[in-house]
Design a protein around this ligand. Sequence first.
Ligand code: G3P
Length: 216
Amino acid sequence: MKIFLDTAKIDDIKKGVEYGIVDGVTTNPTLISKEGFKDYRAALKEICNIVQGPVSAEVVSLDSKGMIKEAESLASISEHIVIKIPATFEGLKAVKELNRKNIKTNVTLIFSPSQALLAAKAGATYVSPFVGRLDDISTPGMEMVSQIVTIFDNYLIETQIIVASVRHPLHFVEAAMMGADIATIPFPVLEKLMKHPLTDIGIERFLKDWESVKNK
Ligand code: G3P
């Protein structure tokens, strides 16, 4: 399973890439607004240069014409840019046209398997089911992912599934168990994935025992 970082924070992206396990980045207007960039396009370019993999940037138009215009402008920033399009009928129209123009798309704000299937049919490169936000309203988000995986397997659909709105390591592990293509995760969740108290205790004990060998 590929790992994307769900952030626009340059320092965290650099750290993740240095760890050697980050394949891409996803952003959205909320994540971008948190970073207070003076030059949004320059920031996207910098993220693309660091990651050298898919970087999702979201459009804010609601009509397909506006989405396509924004998408063309964003896509000119770097070959790595993927256009995030909301899961609406206007979005589907934009995805169809952007696919024809060889511009990659990530259909976002997906909350049902039917939305994912329609996005794939329109030609989406990626779909992003939001699991945490479904959990928030007492609906199991990962069940939706399992259904999308089954549907895409049934019809050999090539659209890749990005598990998004990941809130904790269990979402990540379940995504991998289900065979999702990608999980996009906030940096604090990435840090939790590698942390284990028994690893820390083990290192401490090895170092202590090594000291006694050294002093003999
Ligand atoms: O990838 C989508 C993500 O940014 C939304 O996460 O935690 O706001 O539901 P959250």
